[in-house]
Design a protein around this ligand. Structure first.
Ligand code: EPZ
Length: 421
């Protein structure tokens, strides 16, 4: 196992290229199961999560070739049972449920286990597939889905949950509905850019979809889908993480290959704090300005403030000499990073799903433990800002969702290195 040793206090400056989106690539790779033809997906980030997905597709019988960000997949003859050993390692494996159900009218995928960021049921996914006429059983830790070709029909489905729409749930039902008879209307659909990107790929495969990127998606079922080529959108959460690094320690950090429109909730919060931002067609530049103000934010489904940027803004709030408040509404318990940042001297009080941060106190380097992907990014940001040396343990959390984070930060002037635990 590896850790990251971070030397604090180095200013950041320069340009960084943003990778393809993890949360877009995962469902898009799974969607290739919907056709027996060959699909080519570009800008697939080199992450442990995308590698898991490719292994699962391989185990299901798909031919998978990969060469530096380009993945070619041919899911000719496939099986309906996903391998537990791989599925248990990554929650997002649930994305194969929709394509297998749509194409084979049969699927078995293990029920995702617990998650440190909070309660993550999949009841909305199952409700959606049942509404399409599938029979769903949960037995022995597995989700078993079966349907008849005649009975697999489009319906009006409300996918709204108590914490709002579901991103992967919308994707799963949308994928299954592409091959269901008649029209499916998903109300309360998630409107994230990753859902829209998935729909764009499905449309290239011959699917009939309207309204993706809004809360009402209409899918007209077709008999079959064909092969297609697609380039995954840039990772807005990786981009947001670098914007926060640039806010905390930057003397001008420019992000390239990014979609500024996908980050409005993030950039408007940074501007409200007093940071200067400049956006180009596919670029964003951030400059600190020496005096910044605290902020109050509440996470919401897109286009609201993303929960996947909450931890990083917690680290930013520690660096701003003012008070800030962060309320988490999607995963109310998603504050594993707080106890670790407090070990570095941060002044944070948790009240239910709200964190009150009194920033400005100097942070001191310390050994800290990563617990999940975004919490680990926050610990790296805090370590870059702190005095002295920080050791971020369980680096594998970072490698799940950030492509070459340490190299990219080092290219901007950070001092950090990987080491064995
Ligand atoms: C996606 O997870 C992302 N993962 C998550 O990013 C992200 O935090 C989340 O969306 C919210 O934006 C991927 O895309 C691979 P949800 P997903 O279903 O789809 C509740 C990261 O850091 N819910 O939209 O699994 C759920 O408990 C990861 O990259 C139900 O109640 O999240 C949560 O409170 C972490 N029943 C809310 O809905 C369901 O059936 C939103 O979850 C499904 C979800």
């Amino acid at each position: 196992m590896e850790k990251l040793i971070v030397q604090g206090g180095h200013r950041l400056k320069g340009r960084v290229n943003i990778s393809g989106s993890k949360n877009s690539a995962l469902p898009i790779l799974a969607a290739t199961l919907l056709t027996r033809d060959t699909c080519t997906i570009r800008r697939v980030p080199d992450l442990s999560d995308t590698n898991y997905m490719l292994r699962i597709l391989g185990e299901l019988g798909a031919e998978v070739e990969r060469a530096s960000g380009v993945v070619v997949i041919t899911a000719g003859k496939i099986k309906w049972k996903a391998p537990y050993e791989l599925v248990r390692k990554m929650r997002a494996s649930i994305c194969v449920l929709g394509p297998l159900t749509g194409r084979l009218h049969k699927a078995s995928v293990s029920l995702p286990g617990g998650c440190v960021i909070g309660d993550r049921p999949v009841d909305l996914h199952l409700r959606g597939l049942e509404a399409l006429g599938a029979k769903v059983l949960v037995e022995g830790g597995d989700i078993l889905v079966s349907a008849t070709r005649a009975g697999f029909k489009g319906r009006v489905i409300n996918m709204m949950g108590k914490h709002g729409p579901t991103v992967l749930g919308t994707g799963n039902v949308m994928m299954a509905a592409t091959l269901a008879k008649g029209t499916t209307i998903i109300e309360g659909a998630a409107a994230e850019p990753e859902v829209e990107d998935l729909a764009d790929f499905l449309i290239k495969m011959g699917a009939k979809i309207e309204g993706a990127g809004t809360n009402r998606v209409v899918i007209e079922g077709v008999k079959e889908l064909h092969g297609a080529e697609h380039t995954v959108i840039p990772d807005r959460i990786e981009a947001g993480t670098f914007l926060v690094a640039g806010a905390m320690l930057g003397d001008g950090v420019t992000l390239k290959r990014v979609v500024p429109g996908h980050l409005r909730a993030v950039t408007s919060t940074l501007e409200a704090c007093g940071f200067e931002l400049e956006s180009g067609r596919d670029s964003l530049t951030i400059r600190g300005n020496g005096s910044s103000r605290g902020f109050t934010l509440t996470t919401h489904p897109y286009p609201g403030f993303p929960t996947d940027m909450q931890a990083q803004f917690c680290a930013l709030a520690c660096a701003i000499p003012d008070s800030s408040t962060i309320t988490e509404t999607i995963f109310p318990q998603r504050f594993m990073h707080v106890a670790e940042i407090k070990r570095m001297g941060a002044n944070v009080t948790l009240q239910g799903a709200t964190a009150h941060i009194r920033g400005g106190a100097p942070l001191k380097g310390a050994p800290v433990m990563a617990s999940d992907l975004r919490a680990s990014a926050a610990l790296v940001l805090a370590g870059l800002f702190a005095e002295g040396q920080t050791e971020v343990h369980r680096l594998y959390h970072i490698d799940r969702g950030y492509e070459h984070l340490d190299d990219k930060l080092a290219a901007l002037g950070a001092s950090l290195e990987r080491a064995r635990e």
